[in-house]
Design a protein around this ligand. Structure first.
Ligand code: GAP
Length: 435
């Protein structure tokens, strides 16, 4: 199954309305993707779970939602204008360009030519995407679309400390779009040019021991997050960056990697950014980014332990991990919390008024509490098939027995087992199952 698993996932995503190629009717735009009806729900569920963990259940993290467009000085200060670059090489046969550090992609490209391929020497290629602001041609201001969402947190450090009562150690959580002029977008949404990130910048006392403690804490915390969502432990691992690989801001960097069909690949990163960002923003803006401890009177520039995950990448790996085949049946065994629809309701026959009106009533009642799908097309087997592919954990069928004893069939996606449940007990039943 692994050989063409990616093709199957891509096909299912389009067929069922999870993810479509961006600008599809115009032939697409490389590295962009549009989320369809199911994909949008799935993505929002993932983000909601993340927000709940980071904000609702913690007192030491606050939320922000910073602008995508920033004063370009912020990108000078953060080092991105100078150092946010990948090494680019060009195939001398067909002039296609690749990242020099992606050995597998280079090797598979070489196989596409009959003759021996020669490459140009690596050149640094900046990944920031430029945009132009203003209405007068020739006088427009050149800006960058943010290459990581991180800067929006750092530039607001002073504002956050001054406007809240939060004390170090504390975090700033954010979810938002980032843009990168990736040399070789690919592997579906894995490497896109427009994507979403969910990050926490966790500010701590500037101290090696403190740094190590929080780094280890966040590594484990994030690993636990993904296993709690249902990703199999054996498909996840940590990998530390060596000196050459580390980003310009990082003192230390560890990736959580996923065992993807295209090889172990970066899922998310945990970085000790030290005081790099706050110091640079202080230097470039002239604004004091020091933190004053109200009890001891100590003043210092905090360090930042960052956790940074791609929303799209997380979603892709969750989909891959959840995909199962059982003969002809294709099932997305998604964690019910992530599933776009929690329940689907079917009247056994679409032309039997008593069945339809009873099923409608159940549908309307349940959807007050959760996302519920309705399907009255074709035979029940086909309807199960469609809901399995959509990852819907439960299907309810209203049949002739329902009219006699007020029970319905509830069918479980993962076991395909069915049981009869009294209509009045459905709310409690699902509340318990979907906890
Ligand atoms: N603020 C730190 C930062 O941006 P990164 O390792 O460059 O670090 C963090 O990116 C995460 O963002 C990655 O682990 C990945 O999940 C996601 N990401 C990065 N580039 C991406 C791309 N081109 N397409 C999709 N997701 C990407």
């Amino acid at each position: 199954m692994n050989d063409n698993l990616m093709e199957k996932i891509v096909a299912l995503c389009k067929r069922r309305g999870f993810i479509y190629p961006g600008s599809d009717i115009y032939g697409g735009l490389a590295g962009t993707w549009d989320y369809g009806p199911l994909g949008t729900l799935l993505k929002n569920n993932l983000k909601d779970i993340w927000w709940k963990e980071m904000i609702q259940l913690r007192s030491d993290i606050v939320a922000i939602d910073a602008a995508i467009m920033m004063n370009p000085k912020a990108w000078d200060a953060s080092g991105h204008v100078e150092a946010f670059a990948d090494p680019l090489i060009e195939c001398k046969v067909c002039h296609e360009r690749f990242r020099a550090d992606k050995e597998n992609e280079i090797k598979s490209h070489e196989k596409t030519h009959d003759k021996k391929v020669e490459w140009t020497s690596p050149q640094k290629f900046n990944l920031l995407v430029k945009a132009y602001l203003g209405i007068i041609e020739g006088k427009q201001q050149e800006i960058y679309l943010r290459g990581e969402i991180t800067n929006g947190a750092h530039v607001n450090f002073r504002n956050i400390v001054d406007s809240t009562r939060i004390k170090i150690p504390f975090g700033v959580a954010q979810i938002g779009k980032a843009f990168r002029n990736e040399i070789t977008p690919g592997n579906f949404t894995f490497r896109s040019r427009e994507f979403e990130q969910m990050e926490v910048q966790f500010y701590i006392k500037p101290d090696e021991k403190e740094g190590e403690k929080w780094f280890e804490y966040w590594k484990q915390n994030r690993m636990d997050f993904y296993t709690s969502l249902g990703i199999k432990k054996e498909n996840l691992r940590f990998r530390e960056h060596d000196e050459k690989e580390k980003a310009h801001y990082a003192k230390k960097a560890v990736d959580i990697e996923y065992n993807a069909p295209f090889g172990w690949s970066e899922f998310m990163g945990i970085h000790n950014r030290g005081d790099f960002d706050l110091k640079r923003h202080q230097e470039y803006s002239g604004v004091d980014m020091q933190y004053k401890d109200q009890v001891t009177g100590e003043e210092y520039t905090p360090w930042d332990i960052e956790t940074s995950a791609g929303v799209d990448r997380s979603l892709l790996f969750l989909l891959i991990d959840a995909y199962k085949e059982d003969g002809e049946r294709k099932v997305l065994k998604l964690n019910p919390k992530l599933a776009p629809y929690k329940v689907a309701v079917f009247p056994l026959l679409a032309n039997k008024e008593e069945l339809v009106s009873q099923a409608r009533k159940i549908y309307e009642d349940l959807r007050q509490e959760m996302m519920v799908a309705w399907d009255d097309r074709g035979n029940i087997g086909k309807r199960y098939f469609a809901q399995d592919e959509a990852g819907t954990p439960f299907c309810i069928t209203v049949d002739f027995q329902t009219l006699e004893d007020k029970t319905v069939t509830v069918r479980d996606r993962d076991s395909a087992k069915q049981e009869r449940i009294v209509i009045d007990k459905l709310q409690d039943y699902f509340q318990d199952k979907l906890k």
